[in-house]
Design a protein around this ligand. Structure first.
Ligand SMILES: CC(C)(COP(=O)(O)OP(=O)(O)OC[C@H]1O[C@@H](n2cnc3c(N)ncnc32)[C@H](O)[C@@H]1OP(=O)(O)O)[C@@H](O)C(=O)NCCC(=O)NCCS
Length: 163
């Protein structure tokens, strides 16, 4: 097995869409997919950039980094934070350490880019699949913010990065 964190290529887009649609409804899948496609086209907003975890040519998972949303401001602890975005693994590959690998590689990437902490928001619907995962990786749950849907609460997690 040759695991690598690489930039998404046009030929990866069908696998990326399939992974996104395993976990999201159609409109969310489209929203996330559009952001990845936009980056490939060179249309980057909020410094939002994505990577894929691949075994040879097979896309196992997706993740991104962006500038922090303004509502995360109260939780920021350093002068160079970034937000972890869109962490999704192909469900056939869950529970085998690939999620850990994906996030650890994104952490190394962040450190090499000079970022000092990673924050993320996670919706209630991911409580079972993701909250314990992030805690296991050393993230701390700092509080909650309002989410995209009216009245929806999103948990805020953060991790200070050290070499
Ligand atoms: C969350 C996700 C990326 C985790 O990836 P994964 O490959 O299943 O997780 P891993 O096998 O790498 O687990 C890493 C560690 O976290 C632990 N862990 C994983 N999921 C967990 C959970 N839900 N609760 C508690 N611990 C968990 C594992 O036991 C493992 O521990 P260890 O390294 O000490 O043995 C993946 O399951 C996924 O895509 N889930 C659905 C979408 C989702 O929730 N995305 C996050 C949106 S914010």
């Amino acid at each position: 097995m040759t695991l690598d964190l690489t930039k998404p290529q046009i030929q990866d887009l069908p696998s990326i869409k399939e992974i996104l649609s395993q976990w999201n409804d159609e409109s969310e899948t489209q929203k996330y997919f559009q952001r990845i496609e936009n980056e490939i086209k060179g249309q980057i907003e909020f410094d939002m950039k994505f990577w894929v975890l691949k075994d040879e040519k097979k896309v196992l998972g997706i993740g991104g980094l962006s500038n922090c949303q303004p509502k995360l401001k109260p939780f920021i602890q350093t002068n160079n934070p970034k937000e972890l975005k869109t962490i999704f693994l192909n469900q056939a590959f869950r529970g085998k350490g690939f999620g850990r690998k994906l996030v650890e590689l994104l952490q190394s990437k962040s450190l090499s880019l000079g970022y000092k902490e990673l924050l993320l928001v996670s919706a209630e619907k991911y409580r079972e699949t993701a909250y314990g995962f992030y805690l296991n990786l050393g993230f701390k749950q700092l509080g909650e913010v309002e989410g995209g849907e009216v009245g929806e609460k999103m948990a805020v997690f953060s991790k200070l990065l050290t070499k």
